[in-house]
Write a protein that binds this ligand. Structure first.
Ligand SMILES: Cc1cc2nc3c(=O)[nH]c(=O)nc-3n(C[C@H](O)[C@H](O)[C@H](O)COP(=O)(O)OP(=O)(O)OC[C@H]3O[C@@H](n4cnc5c(N)ncnc54)[C@H](O)[C@@H]3O)c2cc1C
Length: 396
């Protein structure tokens, strides 16, 4: 989605005449952009001043308009955030304040208003935060439609190109089929592999991506509880995961998903079982996470205690019951949907990066840490990336 959005903005702004999208997969959407919750976030969570805060509201607005213009599925259902514990109540004010500074519309609700929206939902403090502009789309439909339109406008798509080599000094890529692609500028938007691709260009050596697996459950079709809008817990604002939440589907199918979890993954593309397991990488990553736990950087222990084990069904159920106490084990079934988040870790500072990060190489730009809400924000995120490049090239 990030790469497509950059291509889209290059065309919209008439910056480039010849664009090729090279992907290691035969088709797009096989990774994060086709496997996420599809929530167009309204911009409540992000610290004012962060790139995320600057682009989320505008990105959501633009992507929503784009989806609506094309009559693609969208559920403009809004979102309510509740504190699962009374001591988290004050976080609602922090979120409300952040949201307003970021240009989002928010409203503090009492228990009656919450019950009007979702009769079964619970707030531990009697208050909740309402975000009317949160919507849900079908991420794969968005990716496919955007790709289709770009192809119609002359963008080339070169798929199934795993294992190309880079020659940055002469601005060329050698594809596995022997073809050579010469480029004026290369944008690395490789999601879960963006740090590895950056390293081929001698960029971002201090960074590594830590994969976290997001499993989803769903309410069975006959379940008497069917929340009509998104229901989220107050998140731990120190870590980049929003906590297990209820999300209604974008189309008329009455399907409500619960998740995603955020468990350290055994491989960057380890979606199921032993598929794409990378034991050496997993052990190295666990060592990094153990270090974060021991040092409790950014309150990391709270993430481990509250979120790291939610892949276990009883703990997932407990997390869901904090939002809707009447949910029972027999209401839930495991969803086929599973995604992996690419969380960037800085080896030098020993910190998990919180914001989007864009690094520059020779004739190349590397988008690292395109974590949530990069899907929502993608159209608006492309602009500062392009602006910076144009300024550097003195093109205004
Ligand atoms: C479980 C989950 C839930 C989420 N929920 C939301 C949400 O509700 N709302 C939201 O806004 N965001 C959400 N996100 C985040 C969002 O999905 C990502 O921020 C976004 O999709 C990132 O897009 P991307 O284009 O950077 O990465 P990707 O979609 O992963 O695309 C990267 C592309 O690069 C290709 N690639 C990789 N390596 C190479 C290589 N060497 N050569 C060529 N091509 C390569 C891949 O095949 C892939 O097509 C969620 C993420 C997850 C995992």
């Amino acid at each position: 989605m990030v790469g497509l959005s950059i291509a889209h903005q290059l065309l919209e702004r008439q910056i480039a005449r010849s664009i090729a999208i090279i992907d290691k997969e035969p088709e797009l959407g096989r990774h994060s952009s086709g496997r996420n919750s599809g929530v167009l976030h309204a911009g409540l969570y992000y610290k004012p001043g962060n790139v995320k805060a600057q682009v989320c509201v505008e990105g959501a607005h633009r992507l929503r308009a784009w989806v609506e213009e094309r009559n693609l599925p969208i559920n403009p259902c809004g979102k309510v955030i509740v504190p699962p514990r009374a001591d988290l109540d004050a976080q609602l004010d922090v979120l409300a304040q952040r949201g307003r500074s970021n240009g989002a519309v928010v409203e503090l609700w009492d228990e009656t208003q919450l019950r009007d929206a979702i009769p079964e939902a619970r707030t531990a403090s009697g208050r909740a935060l309402w975000s009317p502009n949160t919507a849900v789309v079908k991420p794969m439909t968005v990716v496919q439609r955007l790709q289709h339109e770009l192809l119609e406008r002359g963008v080339r798509f070169i798929g199934a190109q795993e294992g190309w080599t880079a020659h940055p000094e002469i601005q060329e890529l050698q594809l596995p089929n022997g073809n050579v692609i010469a480029y004026g500028h290369l944008f690395n938007c490789a999601g879960l592999q963006a740090d590895r691709v950056a390293s081929l260009f001698g960029v971002g050596g201090e960074y590594t991506l830590l994969p976290f697996k997001g499993l989803y459950w769903q309410l069975k079709p006959g379940c008497p509880i069917q929340p009509r809008c998104n229901l989220y817990p107050v998140p731990d604002l120190n870590v980049p995961f929003l906590g297990v939440h209820f999300t209604p589907s974008a189309d008329l199918t009455p399907l409500v998903s619960i998740g995603p979890t955020a468990t350290p993954a055994w491989g960057r593309e380890n979606y199921r079982g032993l598929e794409a397991v990378q034991p050496t990488m997993a052990i190295a990553n666990l060592a990094i996470l153990a270090g974060q736990y021991l040092a409790n950087r950014g309150g990391f222990r709270r993430y481990v205690h509250e979120q790291a084990f939610l892949a276990l069904p009883p703990l997932l159920l407990k997390a869901a019951q904090q939002l809707i106490p009447s949910v029972r084990a027999d209401h839930l079934e495991l969803s086929q949907k599973v995604g992996i988040r690419s969380q960037l870790f800085n080896r030098k500072t020993q910190n998990l990066e919180d914001d989007f990060l864009c690094l520059t190489g020779y004739a190349s730009t590397h988008v690292l840490n395109a974590i949530s809400p990069a899907f929502t924000a993608s159209f608006a995120l492309a602009d500062p990336i392009l602006d910076e490049k144009l300024q550097e090239l003195n093109l205004g």
